[in-house]
Design a protein around this ligand. Structure first.
Ligand SMILES: NC(=O)c1ccc[n+]([C@@H]2O[C@H](COP(=O)([O-])OP(=O)(O)OC[C@H]3O[C@@H](n4cnc5c(N)ncnc54)[C@H](OP(=O)(O)O)[C@@H]3O)[C@@H](O)[C@H]2O)c1
Length: 330
């Protein structure tokens, strides 16, 4: 029997849209059918690169194509709310880049709309669906390293972009927390759950966004998660989880496709390696297609509640650091 496929429309043609389109070439139950850009020139260029049948010079035109089942949104953070609501209003299922909304209020608004329209909505938190992250969670949940006492997760890079770029531009909700820090926070929430308390401190830019931020979560008794993100330095992007019986190390670019190294206290070691079909974004695409074909409005693996918990934690960190997005935190 022929594989059931959903038709994807990609909304925007930037860096991440390229990665996602690459992955869609191999994703199960998926057909890359259309792309929409603010300009027809960019849409045509993108369509040519990925052999996409339909190219549109506006987001509305893409959404007016009744053959599009689901839209992938890869615009800057500040536009996720507007673009998602527009897509849902056009009866499209949505996979929206992280952060789904820039604060809890925005995300609640998106979720309410998805509920009202009975459509699928998920934050594109791609790492959640990678086999190395799934394996890490299985190992922690099954008690393989005992009780977790310390999690460390870092995601920094030097961003040479100017103040107008979305990394720094406060009107575009710039700063590390929503861009790279979100992955550290996600890992801690996924593996250890909701913290008892949070302690955060940031180095702010002149615009008021965070150029660097550190955040420590305290869990039951003496368990800590210590995390850091920066646009000004590039220490190794690694994560470690230390338990009473052993530790798990996720190497450089820990949030990407990779391997899992488990070391017991007695020195025994196990390495878990995985085959990846593409660049890793295929897993979130396949989860989306699977859920839509099953008639679901949210994923069990990365649910609306998961997104809300993540953004609420980022809201709390921003509050402690005095970071306000002037056009969004009204
Ligand atoms: N999951 C991941 O691994 C990952 C990695 C990087 C980024 N991201 C997320 O993806 C989103 C986009 O990041 P990116 O690095 O791909 O950004 P980017 O390269 O700047 O691309 C953003 C695209 O959004 C569209 N856009 C619409 N209005 C815009 C505006 N006012 N200014 C700039 N672009 C506008 C543009 O496409 P058109 O001109 O075609 O309309 C642009 O190419 C962010 O929310 C980020 O957090 C996720």
């Amino acid at each position: 029997m022929a594989e059931k496929k959903i038709k994807w429309g990609i909304l925007s043609t930037g860096w991440i849209a390229h990665k996602f389109a690459t992955a869609l070439q191999v994703a199960a139950n998926s057909e890359l059918y259309a792309v929409g850009s603010r300009t027809i020139g960019m849409a045509n260029k993108f369509a040519g690169e990925f052999h996409i049948p339909k190219a549109y010079g506006s987001y509305e035109e893409l959404l007016n194509d009744s053959a599009v089942d689901v839209v992938y949104i890869g615009t800057p953070h500040n536009l996720h709310l507007e673009n998602t609501l527009l897509a849902l209003d056009h009866q499209k299922h949505v996979l929206c880049e992280k952060p789904m909304g820039v604060n809890r209020t925005e995300e609640m608004c998106m979720i309410e709309k998805a509920k009202e329209k009975n459509l699928f909505l998920m934050e594109a938190l791609w790492s959640r669906f990678l086999p190395n992250i799934i394996k890490t969670k299985e190992l922690i949940d099954s008690g393989e390293i005992g009780n977790v006492k310390l999690l460390t997760a870092f995601f920094s890079m030097i961003s040479d972009n100017g103040p107008e770029h979305r990394h720094y531009n406060i009107d575009l909700c710039g700063g590390t927390i929503l861009d790279t820090g979100i992955y550290n926070i996600f890992l801690s929430l996924l593996l250890l759950g909701k913290p008892k308390s949070i302690s955060a401190i940031a180095g702010l830019s002149e615009q008021g966004g965070d150029n660097s931020c550190s955040y420590t979560f305290k869990y039951e008794k003496d368990t800590l998660a210590v995390m850091f993100s920066s646009f000004l330095a590039d220490p190794a992007v690694v994560a470690e989880i230390h338990g009473t019986k052993g530790k798990i190390i996720l190497d450089h670019f820990w949030f990407c496709p990779g391997k899992v190294k488990l070391t017991y206290r007695d020195g025994r070691e196990k390495i878990f390696e995985f085959d990846f079909k593409s660049n890793g974004y295929e897993y979130e695409a396949e989860e989306t297609a699977k859920c839509i074909l099953a008639g679901k409005t949210q994923s069990d693996s990365w649910s609306w509640n998961d997104s809300i918990q993540l953004v609420s934690t980022m809201d709390a960190i921003r509050k402690q650091c005095g970071i306000v997005y002037p056009k969004h935190d009204l």
